[in-house]
Ligand binder design. Structure first.
Ligand code: SF4
Ligand code: SF4
Length: 82
């Protein structure tokens, strides 16, 4: 999963780009649900939120590190294909 850091400026550009609806507005900044973020595996070659974020504040979440296989399995599960 990726994560949004406190450098987020609440611009709302990333949220509609997420194919998994993993991004939502939190109390202070936007947030990513690690159970829904596949790092865009299954949908796109690159994480779409990272592509559009103007302040580059969406790194890998060190507490949710996953292999390509795990991300693909998550994609299958949340898209109802598993
Ligand atoms: Fe959504 Fe992809 Fe960003 Fe994860 S990497 S939050 S799936 S847009
Ligand atoms: Fe925050 Fe970046 Fe998303 Fe804008 S695109 S809401 S700055 S994480």
């Amino acid at each position: 999963s990726l994560m949004i850091t406190d450098e987020c400026i609440n611009c709302d550009v990333c949220e509609p780009e997420c194919p998994n609806n993993a991004i939502s507005q939190g109390e202070e900044i936007y947030q990513i649900d690690p159970d829904l973020c596949t790092q865009c595996v299954g949908h796109y070659d690159e994480p779409q939120c990272q592509q559009v974020c103007p302040v580059d504040c969406i790194p890998l979440d060190p507490s949710h590190q996953e292999s390509e296989e795990q991300l693909h399995a998550k994609y299958l599960k949340i898209s109802g294909k598993a």
